[in-house]
Design a protein around this ligand. Sequence first.
Ligand SMILES: [Zn+2]
Length: 394
Amino acid sequence: MLTRRRFLSSSVAAASTAAFARLPELSAAQYELLIKGGRVMDPSRKFDQTADVAIAGGKIAAVQPNISASAAAEVVDAAGKLVVPGLIDIHTHAGREKEDGALCLADGVTSLVDAGSAGADGIDAVVAVAKAAPNRMRVFINIGKKGIIPEGDLMDLANVDVAAARAAIERHRDTVVGIKARLSKNVAGNNDLEALKRAQSIARPLGIPIMIHMGQTVSAIPDLLAVLKPGDIVTHMYAPPPNGIFDDAGKLLPAVADARKRGIWFDFGNGRIDHFNWAIVEHAMQERVYPDTVSTDWGQAARTDQVFNFANVLSKFLMVGMPLDRVIACATVNAAKTLPAFKGLGTLVVGAPADVAIMELRQGSFEFEDNYKGKRTGRLKLVTAGAIFGGKRA
Ligand SMILES: [Zn+2]
């Protein structure tokens, strides 16, 4: 025999089942995922406050305080954490191994570029890795057709094969979205300018960017910058001399300032060998010469050395005094702007693809390293706590 209370509750259950049967759209949650209670930081619209992020149909559906948990099929508690647009790493070598994309996604990287691991000869394998990645991986083809090689990608101009590179790009137009030219003396010798001009002869008509790897080049940086067009990218911007961005007196070269004015992007590119030291980064901060984008130059060997992961690289800029929102911008909205293929990403505006990184901002004592075993201790460290790609938890 039913007690009155049990009778009532079973009646209510029956009634609501009937109501849902008549109106099936009411039975589905309004949102697939709700990220609750985090500090939402979206530099694309200078938004920084405690709020909830609701996701529906793989897109950002709402960003506001106090969205009801009952409106969502799944709730992620982000209290005490940062909620930022999915990180965009424009300089990695994550197209080398099939698991690389997943490793980067776990670090909060929802969109990334393999920047020049392969040239025309090896591009199909890298494109296959990119296409199978669980995040959005695109590829810059190395203008040297053998890719990164110990004897130097561009040392032999026979490897700077315009027809082969163009054919490779045309074969993979959806995935190969730019050209990489590594120009240091030990990579290109005296061929830096000629290789860059050949790369531009392909890139300009296709309207795709070139990323140059600067530092320790034979040619002076103004001569290299003169070949670049708006939208091209200079990585390793804090490379030590010869041919860094500062003159011997520590002043920014006018050609660098002019290049930035005409829309050429300057990227950090952590890497592991000869790309930056603390003295140059600290000097750059004093001179207010900030990066447009921060990237890792990540590869599997960097997982245990200097780079580790994107959050660790971003933390280095907190240590040298860049404000948090500026650092996050370098890894989100700014990075999206550098690449037509990433248009509309790097933001949490309603309607954007639901790519999100959840991060912790830890306080303590943390050691960071430059490319010359120089150590610095910082008081803040970003650590990725979770990632969402296209509305799905990684
Ligand atoms: Zn690289």
